[in-house]
Write a protein that binds this ligand. Structure first.
Ligand code: NAD
Length: 370
């Protein structure tokens, strides 16, 4: 620490499955992170990468620390120490970390640099989510929100819903929620309600996400945003919509909330926003749910592009990346939809079946050795 003290922080890096390629997944700095949670998150990554068919497995990492209590120097030394502890099992062909909760491009730059000094060679493809000047991708920042939007558009087509004028409610107005809202707004949808940690707002004519973001960046809180009606935080779930996007936290839609919701379909921006009991209610009510492993995969897809362009020393501009992101996600959506229609299974089950088939096939073809 800056005062010369030596402090012990516990950290983890988990490889869940590497049958289809190197482990891939973020690193979070979170005081209450647990090994069990990191293991679960790494399994989710295995499913996600297989579902969108990028050549990666699943991994995840965490350090039990509240980074807001560290000075910049302490944060850098913590990051470098963690990286050197896990250096023997990360690498461009082994395991490629990325940012997650409370980690960012600067932290990825330190991880890359620590790895380079150990290897005696700079490998920019050892992490993704790097700063642009170090091989980061120009489309990474809003990739997840864009992916949520692409999935919402695919689902709208199949539900014969015109996005123009469609009523949308978004829970969580951070990277994912605000991004998805912006793309939907640009397509003519009406963002009628937004909820974040501070409260909720409503506007029948639709809110402008860019203006809401401006208000937040100026230090305002969402519930005080005008022109919008203040809405009791919990009343957010009663707003009638065509598309509901939970993009805040896990476990937000339990059975009780799922019974109240009035929407044509749900697109999961967050990881695990619907509880299993909530899922059962949606299934019984015939409300389709585009599952998280598909809807929020835009980030890992663009991470794959970052790794691929770094590995091949290629220069792709934003237009190229967005075009490829769209293609990969639309293909994955179509494959899930085909299975859903053919075998009459809900979209989440179809997504898991498809992903597990790919993982098991890779394992069978590779065989067991030694
Ligand atoms: P973020 O920190 O940028 O934003 C989180 C938002 O949720 C904020 O608006 C916050 O006010 C709101 N929120 C927090 N607690 C809340 C509560 N109790 N009630 C209502 N709103 C609440 O986070 P993010 O990066 O947008 O991530 C959101 C979710 O998406 C998480 O589940 C994350 O794991 C998942 N996800 C993110 C990415 C990514 O690339 N950022 C990729 C895949 C999945």
């Amino acid at each position: 620490m800056d005062d010369g003290a030596v402090v012990h922080f516990e950290g983890y890096r988990v490889h869940h499955n590497t049958s289809r390629g190197p482990a891939k997944g973020g690193v979070r700095f979170q005081r209450d992170a647990t090994l069990a949670e990191v293991m679960a998150l790494s399994a989710w990554m295995t499913i996600k990468t297989a579902l969108v068919n990028v050549p990666f497995g699943g991994g995840k990492g965490a350090v039990r620390v509240d980074p807001s209590l560290l000075s910049p120097g302490e944060l850098e030394r913590l990051t470098r120490r963690y990286t050197s502890e896990i250096a023997s099992f990360i690498g461009p062909l082994k395991d490629i970390p990325a940012p997650d909760v409370n980690t960012n491009p600067q932290i990825m730059a330190w991880m890359m640099d620590t790895y380079a000094s150990r290897e005696g060679a700079l490998r920019t493809n050892v992490v993704t989510g790097k700063p642009l000047s170090l091989g980061g991708s120009p489309a990474r920042a809003d990739a997840t929100g864009r992916g949520v939007f692409i999935c919402a558009r695919q689902m709208a087509e199949r539900a014969k819903l015109d996005l123009k004028g469609a009523r949308v409610a978004v829970q969580g107005f951070g990277n994912v929620g605000a991004g998805a809202a912006r793309f939907l707004h640009e397509s003519g949808a009406r963002i009628v309600a937004i909820q974040d940690i501070s409260g909720a707002v409503f506007n029948e004519d639709g809110l402008n996400p860019a203006e809401v973001l401006d208000h937040l960046r100026r230090g305002g809180s969402l519930r005080d945003y005008r022109p919008a009606e203040k809405l009791a935080k919990d009343a957010f779930w009663d707003v009638e919509t065509d598309i509901l996007i939970p993009a805040a936290l896990e476990g937000q839609i339990d059975a009780d909330v799922a019974k109240r919701v009035r929407t044509r379909f749900v697109v999961e921006g967050a990881n695990g926003p619907t509880t299993p009991a909530g899922d059962d209610v949606f299934r019984a009510r015939n409300i389709p749910v585009v599952p998280d492993v598909l809807a929020n995969a835009g980030g890992v897809i663009v991470s794959y592009f970052e790794w691929a362009t770094d590995s091949g020393s290629l220069l792709w501009d934003e237009e190229e990346i967005v075009m490829r992101l769209r293609r990969v996600l639309e293909d994955a959506f179509a494959a899930v939809w085909t299975l859903h229609e053919r075998d009459r299974m809900d979209l989440r089950t179809a997504a898991y079946v498809l992903a597990c088939q790919r993982i098991l096939e890779a394992r069978r073809l590779r065989g067991l050795f030694p």
